[in-house]
Write a protein that binds this ligand. Structure first.
Ligand code: ARG
Ligand code: GLU
Length: 711
């Protein structure tokens, strides 16, 4: 009888895990082994080989890492690529000025010649994944000291990388589960990526930061690019005679529509999650890190917004900066609320108690207590670290001066290598042009006034550099005023002069610049008293988490763990599904153009619907994108996603494109730490809204004709 009982319990727990939720960001290589049965049971019609295959064209061949942290997908045999508006934002902004304001007006190339090149933008295709754990961890005994272990791992990685003749390919070996496993990723990188089209911000960023991270949502968050290759279809630097890239695979676009309960698949590049951290770490984030960082960003945003609201030049200059600052700021707030509602600290600490009980007397017994003690020791360094990043390094002029550090070093060697110097100067010329293009001194100064005292009031005195020179008597205002008056970093022509002259002597003189001196003194405290401790304590937690994860999977036996996101390609699957965020409130799984019009308000910047869209709405000119008298705009599903998944293709059970991922729902936003099946939802833009805007709004039907549309 007893035996029977045990068996039942185990089976149940396996089933529970299987049926529960769509949590997890899975490795494409392991879909066959771990997920495909579950996926097919949930409605997926294809095979694991259709998702990832080395031999045949597969879905993953149509997905790229876009820029440094977004995802994109190929949607035609002419290298046409779809991603989010906020992922193309940098490119769109760079081509914009007050006269040619593509942010406000949108941009549409009506033929290939009109497309705009983007020198700094690249995309990467994943060619192959291999499990190299055994080779990376070969000869690495359990008892090696951590630095010896790290050294041997690095040597092994080098050996592997030298052994694969990648040719033009980029090889990268990444650690999973805190170093329990290693995988090799082989990429092909393309460097000629041109902007094809972007809707106006009033569509692409509709709802702005007011609606960001929230449902119901009506943001047309997409932009269109095209990849170019040389005549042999290989990657090449930008050149006029490059030709549209012919991809191995591109996605078909489905107009068949979606329903609640439909299977959904997301392929993309989630950046980073912390699903296995212990309750003390969550507590630190929820009670210290997030609140303090939010407070610092409140100030920055307040000041930026004040000027952006009333001045168009400033609005354009600060558009990208503002969006970046506000995005995490709002997510941090949502995380606090979600962690609180889920009672995450308590839930995690229950798991830790269970673990401790299981670990009594075995090799895992010390893991949790040691982690706890490290988090306690880490607190003051963490605070100092966050304040350095979010106050001192939030000052634009300080960050700009930091870029000169290397140049000054190069110029101060007794024997100067003129080629190195020249390369560095060229790099800085570009960076400083970009910096001054979008810099407004008085805004930076005002932010500085607010943030500097916050550092001193919150960070332990041992991390206070002496920066206020004699004569200012702790008067921050006077001090900052004199920094800005006496620094040449605020003077574009002076900086230009130095760079153009290339004179080592004048470059060396920069060390006496007051802004540089300020940076230097703070930098010393940071690099000597904060960072080494912060890093080393974090490294110690890594070792323990490596053990913890190993222990967890032993303890939980059949439970298959998924690795934290690390900007490698992952597969998330789930279903289209609404949610119930609170008592009496239900989230429907989709939104429509009618909702865009409901939000319309010419007096509120975020909700000012463009006239042309209003006309289309009035005349109901929806073409083949019409559903029940309107056009679908966004939908939510249960796919587990995070930052980096922006632009990811959302596919149906047959592998056809039904939308692109761009956000998550506020109530479930803590899913980077704790996924909540009830509340965690990813937000996608319905492909039909994208096509409607391209076709009817932009009049760029030729792009639709390139696609393979399934009706
Ligand atoms: N929240 C989404 C993401 O994390 C969209 C961000 C777009 N930026 C914005 N400030 N609205 O990237
Ligand atoms: N907007 C995010 C991105 O840029 C995706 C939303 C999320 O964090 O899930 O990747």
């Amino acid at each position: 009888m007893k035996k029977f009982f045990v068996i039942v319990v185990i089976t149940l727990s396996v089933i529970t895990f299987r049926a529960s939720a769509d949590e997890g960001m899975w490795i494409p290589l392991l879909i066959e082994k771990y997920n495909i049965d579950d996926m097919q049971a949930k409605g997926f019609k294809l095979t694991a080989e259709d998702i990832y295959s080395i031999n045949n064209a597969c879905l993953i061949d149509a997905v790229v890492l876009f820029g440094r942290g977004c995802t994109g997908e190929l949607i035609s045999d002419q290298g046409l690529l779809l991603t989010n508006h906020h992922c193309g934002y940098g490119a769109i902004q760079k081509h914009s000025s007050v006269e040619l304001d593509y942010l406000t007006d949108g941009f549409w190339a009506m033929n290939n010649e009109q497309e705009l090149p983007n020198p700094d933008l690249t995309v990467k295709f994943l060619k192959r994944i291999a499990d190299v754990t055994d080779i990376v961890l070969a000869d690495i005994g359990e008892n090696l000291l951590e630095n010896e272990r790290a050294y041997s791992i690095e040597e092994n990685i080098k050996k592997i990388e030298n052994n694969i003749s990648g040719g033009e390919y980029i090889n990268s070996i990444e650690s999973f589960f805190y170093g329990n496993q290693y995988y090799l990723f082989v990429y092909e990188e393309f460097k000629d990526v041109r902007l094809v089209g972007a809707p106006p911000s009033a569509i692409g960023k509709f709802g702005g930061d007011t609606d960001n991270w929230m449902w119901p949502r009506h943001t047309g968050d997409f932009s269109v690019f095209r990849i170019y290759a040389d005549k042999d279809n290989s990657p090449a630097e930008y050149a006029i005679d490059n030709v549209p890239y012919k991809p191995k695979k591109y996605l078909s676009v489905s107009l068949k529509g979606i329903n609640e309960g439909d299977f959904t698949l997301v392929l993309g590049y989630p950046g980073s999650t912390k699903e296995y951290i212990i309750s003390d770490a969550i507590k630190q984030i929820k009670e210290i890190r997030n609140p303090k960082c939010i407070e610092l960003r409140n100030k920055r945003l307040e000041i930026m917004n004040k000027y952006m609201d009333t001045n168009d030049t400033i609005r354009i200059k600060y558009a990208g900066k503002n969006a970046r600052v506000s995005n995490s700021w709002k997510r941090w707030k949502g995380e606090i609320v979600g962690l609180e509602r889920l009672n995450a600290i308590e839930t995690k600490s229950k798991l830790e108690k269970k673990f401790n009980k299981w670990a009594t007397g075995n090799e895992y017994a010390n893991v949790i207590p040691e982690l706890e003690s490290i988090y306690e020791r880490m607190e003051k360094y963490t605070i100092a670290y966050d304040y350095y990043k979010e106050s001192i390094m939030a000052i634009e002029i300080i960050r700009f001066a930091e870029k000169f550090k290397e140049l000054i070093e190069i110029a101060s060697f007794s024997e100067i290598d003129s080629l190195t110097l020249e390369i560095k100067i060229q790099e800085l010329e570009k960076q400083s042009e970009a910096f001054y293009k979008d810099y407004v001194e008085f805004i930076d100064k005002e932010i500085f006034y607010e943030l500097l005292p916050m550092y001193f009031n919150n960070v332990a005195p041992e991390f206070h550099p002496e920066i206020i020179d004699v004569g200012f008597e702790g008067d921050y205002m006077k001090f900052i005023e004199s920094l800005f008056i006496n620094s040449i970093f605020t003077q574009e022509d002076e900086i230009d002069k130095i760079l153009i002259s290339g004179s080592a002597e004048s470059i060396q003189q920069l060390v006496n610049d007051p802004v540089y001196k300020f940076l230097d003194r703070f930098g010393k405290v940071y690099s000597e008293k904060i960072l080494p401790y912060y890093d080393s304590l974090n490294a110690q937690t890594n070792i323990l988490y490596r053990k913890y994860i190993k222990g967890l999977s032993k303890m939980q036996n059949d439970n298959i763990l998924y690795p934290d996101a690390n900007l490698t390609m992952r597969v998330s699957y789930g279903e289209i599904k609404g949610s119930q965020p609170k008592d009496g409130v239900k989230y429907v799984y989709y939104t429509t153009l009618d909702g865009v019009m409901e939000k319309d308000n010419p007096d509120i910047y975020d909700y000012d619907v463009p006239d042309k869209l209003k006309e289309l709405f009035e005349s109901k000119d929806y073409g083949i994108y019409e559903v029940n008298g309107t056009v679908p705009v966004c939908f939510i599903a249960t796919n587990h996603t995070t930052g980096g998944n922006s632009g990811s293709p959302v596919l149906d059970a047959e592998g056809n494109l039904i939308g692109i991922n761009f956000d998550r729902v506020w109530e479930g936003i803590m899913s980077d730490m704790v996924f909540d099946p009830e509340q965690s939802r990813n937000i996608s833009l319905d492909i039909r809204y994208i096509l409607f805007i391209i076709d009817k709004y932009a009049g760029a039907k030729y792009l639709i004709d390139e696609m393979n549309i399934i009706k």
